[in-house]
Write a protein that binds this ligand. Structure first.
Ligand code: GLC
Length: 834
């Protein structure tokens, strides 16, 4: 990888902070000219029209995955090599098919289709056989993944998707004979069954032979899996079948694959299928069957393959039967497409930057959906071994969900609220089935602020103030309204302060890694949380005022004032930036520290708080640019830790420059975008925004970057690491939600508030204009923003339905109305905290 990245090395010195980074480390940095930028050398391209990413080379550096889900309980992810797994409801309890996370070959198994043409065997997904194909592409779309491939006069198109309402994974196959000869093919779909509990499947897979049964089901004409283990959380049955009957099949994986072989060369495809079942001594189960397809020249044929699931075998059979009909399949795919279009039409943008449009219009919303649904649980790198409903993470993940999925978001808010104790302390996570958490003492001190942000967004987006009055139990005892839950949570932060008068850190604040310090040292106070408290209080006060609960307001205003005073003083101000953590006898994030001198978050949130001295805030953000920024994102802090604060004990979490140890943690980058937009600094806001978009990051050097160009990376290795510029985890990150918010609400500046739709852009000064079509509270706003003075940011002059309007708030219109909004950015400079 390092070698490949050298190919792109440009002899330009790149400064990434105080000290220039050695050339060998910046090999991955190939600063692209983002203006009018289109990828040239890459593994694929965006088909914006169809909202697809088209992978044109199967040999991507790593599996590039897509999530498939309807709106029911069936889920799957699938890579561009057809590796992947399907699960029912939760991946740790309802795992239906197996994906070996740390096995070789990687990205296997999955959902394979073997096509046997004479003695030749190939896959439309290229993998696992890897037979050279004459044409190949994999189209990852919003609700499906489709492989188009051809070889030796056979054209195949294989589309995977899950209908909106039914629990079935469909493989819609079209085969066409493009040759002038008659063709007789055999086709074999293949899956590897998993015991439903992920841990059981990983550790006790041997019970497959006595706790599960895999057999031919005469009634449906499909392959049935049945599970007997008494303690199994999910007792569902599956039917794997085709739209036509088959006679030959195999379910004993050992006998189908053969000793010493893999899915790349199963012995069963050479010697013929033997109708094995896993009730006749087999210990590993797979599902495969043979269909013969005869095609005259130019003839095409459609075959539907189906993996249906239900706790009730009759229902699984019914689904299998239903989707034997091509008509039903066509209807289902249309419904999936229409649902996505309907959701995405809630916010569509047209800007001069194509990569921004692709991310904001399609791929970030898709990413947000997957994160909302899967938390930090399952991907080709996450095992999916437990539930991941956590107050802090989930609250952030669902923020934009308030626009796309208001009902689901509401439900999740009401579950999460029950993690708040009667004292206002927030328990880290919650199991929705039992409303308990295994480690209820664990306290991430920042949790509640994310609850305030999400509630505010929900109220602004929907106007559903009734949610505040719903009465729910606290985690431990008593009950109270949703608004009380929020207030108590915020009070807890305001009242639990340490020696310097700042909020106590408890186990950690937003930055989990800081737990290493709280484990070693007591008395930590968090500067970041004090800043977040000020911002959250502002929103909470607005909520309280709207709800007529003004008694509570003085506490939050007073506390915000106290915190602002401490933050502005030398207790927290280090001379060039805001410190990060305070202890009675030590501090972090100060120029006196050898490592961890300057942290990103306390600078961004100082700007977002909006009450701290403007000159200090600007200086701090200038230092972010000078000392933390790179061309691939902003470091979380610098220098990374090698020792603990005593300067002796080794620091154990991430290696220097990786992840939370001074890596480019993109989630935290989004607040720097917002901070610069709030400060009215369009060039920097734009630089910070565009440089973390996956299509831009990947385009610098797709091979070295490694991961999907269409899904946000949680973090990218920083310049203190040899893998600088390489992406780590993708898809499951709160960064997706925040990047979307930063882009739509702070760069484009279209933001619902409690009182109306705010228009407050901060765009690249060279843009002439942009357009946004946004649906809020049932009305549609068609907004055109013009930038004639080339300032990018400033006051706007609004014209609403042809009439001039003072200020920058468009009043909400009634349901069904379409409102034409024209905003002209004027050259009057505006400052701070829009
Ligand atoms: C991960 C965690 C999130 C945390 C962040 C920074 O993304 O899921 O909860 O805030 O890391 O530590």
């Amino acid at each position: 990888m390092v070698q490949a990245s050298r190919l792109f090395f440009k002899k330009k010195e790149i400064r990434t902070g105080e000290t220039p980074v050695p050339r060998s480390r910046v090999a991955a940095l190939w600063p692209p000219n983002l203006k009018g930028f289109r990828m040239k050398k890459s593994y694929g391209y965006f088909d914006d029209e169809r909202r697809e990413y088209v992978v044109t080379d199967p040999m991507t550096p790593e599996p590039w995955i897509n999530y498939l889900e309807g709106n029911g309980k069936m889920n799957a992810f699938i890579s561009n090599g057809a590796g992947g797994t399907a699960w029912y409801d939760q991946p740790h309890t309802g795992r239906l098919t197996r994906y070996r996370l740390n096995g070789l070959p990687m990205d296997a198994p999955g959902f394979y289709l073997y096509i046997k043409d004479g003695i030749e065997i190939w896959n439309p997904s290229f993998f696992p056989v890897m037979k050279k194909l004459e044409s190949w592409e994999c189209r990852h779309g919003m609700g499906y993944t489709c492989f188009n491939a051809s070889r030796n006069g056979i054209k195949s198109s294989l589309k995977f998707f899950i209908p909106l309402k039914d629990e079935v994974l469909l493989w819609d196959l079209k085969l066409e004979n493009t040759s002038s000869e008659m063709k007789e093919l055999q086709i074999y779909p293949y899956i590897d069954y998993s015991l439903h509990g992920y841990i059981k499947d990983t550790l006790y897979f041997l019970v497959c032979g006595n706790q599960a049964r895999y057999s031919y089901d005469e009634s449906s004409g499909g392959l049935m899996s049945d599970y007997f283990a008494f303690e199994a959380p999910f007792m569902g049955k599956t039917i794997f079948s085709a739209s036509e009957r088959f006679e030959k099949f195999d379910m004993d994986r050992s006998r189908f694959i053969g000793r010493g072989r893999t899915e790349a060369n199963p012995v069963g495809l050479e010697g013929g299928l033997q109708n094995t079942e896993v009730k006749d001594g087999g210990f590993f189960a797979c599902g495969t069957f043979e269909l013969t397809v005869k095609l005259k020249p130019r003839e095409a044929r459609r075959i539907i393959l189906k993996l249906s699931v239900s706790e009730d075998i009759c229902e699984a059979r019914r689904l299998s039967e239903k989707y034997s009909s091509v008509k039903e399949v066509d209807r289902a795919v249309k419904e999936v497409d229409e649902r996505w279009e309907g959701l995405l039409s809630k916010c569509q943008v047209t800007t001069p930057d194509r990569n921004t449009d692709a991310m904001l219009n399609s791929w970030l919303p898709k990413n947000i959906r997957s994160t909302m649904r899967n938390g930090r649980s399952i991907s080709h790198r996450h095992p999916g071994d437990g539930s991941s409903l956590r107050f802090r993470d989930t609250m952030q993940d669902i923020m934009p969900g308030t626009m796309f999925y208001p009902e689901e978001t509401r439900e999740l808010i009401l579950i999460l609220m029950r993690s708040i104790t009667a004292s206002g302390r927030v328990v880290t996570g919650i199991d929705p089935a039992t409303f308990t958490y295994p480690d209820p003492k664990h306290t991430r001190s920042d949790a509640i602020v994310w609850g305030v942000f999400t509630l505010y967004k929900y109220l602004a987006e929907t106007g559903d103030a009734g949610i505040l009055e719903i009465v729910l139990p606290y985690y431990d005892k008593e009950e109270g309204s949703v608004l009380d839950h929020l207030s108590r949570g915020m009070r807890f932060v305001g009242e639990n302060t340490g020696a310097h008068g700042l909020p106590k850190m408890f186990d950690c604040d937003w930055n989990d890694m800081l737990q290493v310090f709280s484990n070693a040292k007591t008395g930590g106070e968090t500067v970041m949380l004090a800043e977040q408290f000020i911002y959250a209080s502002k929103l909470l006060v607005e909520i309280l005022r709207h709800a007529g609960k003004t008694d509570e307001i003085p506490f939050f205003e007073k506390k915000s004032g106290d915190f602002s005073g401490i933050l502005s003083s030398d207790v927290c101000w280090d001379g060039g930036w805001f410190k990060r953590l305070l202890y009675p006898d030590a501090e972090l994030g100060s120029s006196k520290n050898k490592e961890g001198k300057i942290f990103l978050n306390t600078q961004s949130w100082a700007a977002m708080a909006g009450t701290l001295p403007a000159t200090k805030v600007r200086k701090a953000m200038d230092n972010v640019s000078q000392m933390l920024d790179t061309e691939c994102g902003i470091r979380l802090f610098t220098p990374p830790f090698t020792t603990m604060m005593d300067g002796v004990t080794r620091f154990h979490t991430n290696t220097p420059g990786a992840g939370e140890n001074g890596g480019l943690f993109l989630h935290a980058n989004t607040w720097a975008i917002i901070a610069e937009a709030m400060l009215g600094n369009p060039q920097r806001a734009w630089k910070y925004f565009s440089q973390i978009l996956p299509n831009n990051l990947s385009a610098r050097n797709p091979e070295h970057y490694g991961r999907e160009p269409y899904a946000l990376a949680s973090w990218v290795y920083g310049p203190d690491h040899d893998a600088f510029g390489h992406a780590a985890l993708t898809w499951l990150t709160g960064g997706a939600a925040w990047t979307y918010i930063a882009g739509t609400e702070y760069i484009l500046g279209i933001r619902p508030t409690l009182d109306g739709l705010l228009v407050s852009p901060c765009i690249p000064p060279d843009w002439d204009k942009f357009e946004v079509q946004r649906r809020v509270r049932g009305a549609t706003y068609r907004i055109t923003v013009l930038n004639p003075d080339k300032v990018g940011c400033g006051n706007v002059q609004l014209t609403v339905d042809g009439s001039p309007l003072k200020g920058s708030l468009v009043p909400y219109a009634s349901t069904g109305k379409t409102v034409e909004v024209r905003a002209v950015i004027s050259h009057t400079k505006q400052f701070a905290n829009r």
